[in-house]
Write a protein that binds this ligand. Structure first.
Ligand code: C2E
Ligand code: MG
Ligand code: MG
Length: 256
């Protein structure tokens, strides 16, 4: 039954890609002090005629397994860059756009050429593009990751580590990579109010990141108390429902 369901999902995802059922939502990241929007993160959604709006957690693993993530990932990067460039052309002040990168994409031979294609086709200024990667993606092959990140930085892009603190990777790997942003995982945020140890770990992560010249971004901020805590430990950017949920592209204009 499980295998049959997966085959069905896989076929549905192929059709979704062909029929253009994938779309991007955008969630703002705000400056921790001024609360002004400084960036948007592009988040993948599948608008399925039969299932409705499907969150990425339900289908990204299958996209990865089937290899379809390579095509969808290229579509995501190109669409997000083109959308950001479009907003800039409409007269909104230029904002960074951040895009999540999966392990399959990052390890592909075509990754750097794919990034160059997306930048060139969208016409976006590369310094406005940030790529989010998880810890596990980087420690899989440190040498290769280091070379790839250096090439991305040479193009002008920024790099962030997503969901930091949830993997079981060693802290030592951080010094090998030229990372711009460290995103503290949402699981710390939810525990801040009740768990002094979550506060201690979050504070230590922020101190470590700053010592390594990275900016700290807090994920999943839902309350003023959480925002205030992250500001007090000098996080530079905040993201979460307190400010805004991920929005479809057409709602971003009125939000801005
Ligand atoms: P992520 O990159 O860590 O994205 C943050 C997730 O937390 C998003 O879920 C967002 O909607 C949610 N979130 C943001 N603020 C809050 C909050 O205040 N409270 C709560 N409860 N949740 C909040 P989403 O959109 O379901 O995405 C889940 C994950 O799927 C992402 O985690 C990312 O790892 C992955 N993903 C999304 N889009 C893409 C994509 O285009 N490519 C790849 N490879 N992965 C993607
Ligand atoms: Mg992310
Ligand atoms: Mg995250």
């Amino acid at each position: 039954e499980h295998a049959a369901r997966r085959l069905e999902l896989r076929a549905a995802l192929h059709r979704a890609h062909q029929d253009g059922e994938f779309t991007l939502y955008y969630q703002p990241r705000v400056d921790a002090l001024t609360r002004r929007v400084v960036a948007f993160e592009a988040l993948l959604r599948w608008i399925s005629p039969s299932r409705g709006v499907v969150a990425p957690g339900e289908f990204i693993p299958e996209l990865e397994e089937s290899g379809l993530m390579l095509k969808v990932g290229e579509w995501v990067l190109h669409s997000a860059c083109a959308q950001a460039e479009q907003w800039r052309r409409e007269g909104f002040e230029p904002l960074r756009i951040s895009v999540n990168v999966s392990a399959l994409q990052f390890q592909s031979q075509d990754f750097l050429p794919m990034v160059r294609r997306a930048l060139a086709r969208s016409g976006i200024e590369p310094t406005l593009v940030e790529l989010e990667m998880t810890e596990s993606l980087l420690i899989g092959n440190v040498e290769q990751a280091r070379t790839t990140i250096a090439a991305l930085k040479a193009l002008g892009l920024s790099i962030s580590i997503d969901d930091f603190g949830t993997g079981f990777s060693s802290l030592n790997y951080l010094r090998h990579f030229d990372i711009d942003y460290l995103k503290i995982d949402r699981s710390f945020t939810t525990e801040l109010a009740t768990d002094a140890r979550a506060r201690a770990v979050a504070t230590a992560i922020a101190d470590l990141a700053r010592a390594l010249h990275m900016s700290v971004v807090a994920e999943g901020v839902e309350t003023e108390a959480q925002a205030e805590f992250y500001r007090s430990i000098q996080c530079s950017e905040l993201q979460g429902y307190l400010f805004c949920k991920p929005l479809p592209a057409d709602q971003v204009r009125s939000y801005l």
